[in-house]
Design a protein around this ligand. Structure first.
Ligand SMILES: Nc1ncnc2c1ncn2[C@@H]1O[C@H](COP(=O)(O)OP(=O)(O)OP(=O)(O)O)[C@@H](O)[C@H]1O
Ligand SMILES: [Mg+2]
Length: 292
């Protein structure tokens, strides 16, 4: 999957500011960033749902514009917006979608999808009578109905309860193990950290960081410190929690010694100190930090 210099404006707003991105086949790729960063627009361009002003998008070599049908067969997109056809039952919607892809005899896979997405009981329910979370699950099933090699999920777990979220991830992980490429946007950073091998951070229509998840987290620690006495005036950025501990979110290991020295120099006494592994949120805030 590749985007090459994709630009998209809405009036004066640069929703995508010449984005280039390649996602390796078989990767589990996370697209993160604040509201309005351009994630959904980028996914829309990749899925042929949004027309870019310039640049190109390719799904496993197929140009989403020039070779739209071929590209569409290779990708399944769960859009952020809830879309469903109110005239079908769940099973009919999946049958219809299968026929669209020319798959006449897809019953077995549809049964698997219904089971794995916990929609079996609702198979004969009209889609307009599904709850919001169930509609989202149906959208996941519809995106997977033609077993696309590239699966794009734009906040698929928004509004989905915790049990289903876990089983959905179990299922998506399995598909990834079988070789499907997964591209995911989520605002649940712990989800991205646990699932994604590669992460891209977007802001203002640009990709501002892209790395293996483990590299993004490397060298970054969280230090929680309880001190009494007079504190130095030039402490690195931190916040205080309820119990008065100072939380230094994104220190490098090398920053710890100077921090302790400066506390000692000011006459502060360290009562308690804890060095914790960083979490993705910290790494993310360190990079996107200002201006959010
Ligand atoms: N159809 C549209 N018309 C005008 N502006 C749009 C349209 N679609 C998106 N935008 C604008 O483009 C920018 C990027 O939006 P986009 O939906 O891609 O963000 P996002 O990263 O998906 O955000 P979120 O995390 O909220 O889903 C936003 O400023 C948005 O208001
Ligand atoms: Mg979005």
């Amino acid at each position: 999957m590749a985007a090459e210099n994709v630009c998209k404006r809405y009036g004066d707003l640069r929703a995508l500011d010449c984005v280039s991105l390649t996602v390796g086949q078989g990767d589990f790729f996370g697209l993160l960033g604040p509201n309005g960063a351009g994630k959904t627009t980028l996914i829309g361009v990749l899925g042929g749902l949004v027309k870019a002003d310039s640049g190109g998008a390719f799904i496993m070599g197929s140009d989403v514009r020039a070779d739209a049908l071929a590209a569409r067969r290779k990708v399944g997109i769960v859009t952020q917006e809830l879309l469903y056809d109110p005239f079908f039952t769940v099973r009919e919607a999946l049958d219809f979608q299968s026929k669209y892809y020319g798959l006449g005899n897809n019953g077995e896979w549809i049964d698997t999808l219904l089971e794995r997405l916990h929609l079996g009981e609702k198979a004969n329910t009209n889609t307009r009578n599904l709850s919001g979370g169930m509609k989202r699950r149906l959208m996941v099933a519809q995106a997977l109905v033609h077993r696309p090699p590239v699966i794009v999920l734009d906040e698929p777990t928004a509004g989905v309860d915790i049990n289903l979220r876990l089983s959905l991830w179990g299922f998506i992980r399995e598909l990834n193990k079988q070789g499907h490429t997964i591209i995911l946007t989520t605002h649940y950073l712990e989800e991205a950290e646990a699932l994604c091998r590669t992460l891209a951070l977007m802001r203002g229509g640009k990709i501002i960081a892209l790395d293996k998840t483990k590299n993004l987290l490397r060298g970054c620690v969280q230090v929680r410190l309880l001190a009494e006495g007079s504190l130095p005036s030039d402490l690195p950025p931190h916040r205080k929690n309820e119990s008065g501990r100072m939380i230094f979110n994104t220190l490098d290991y090398g920053d710890i010694e100077p921090l302790l020295a400066s506390l000692r120099g000011a006459g502060a006494r360290v009562i308690e100190m804890e060095v914790a592994p960083p979490d993705l949120e910290d790494a993310f805030l360190r990079i996107v930090g200002d201006g959010q």
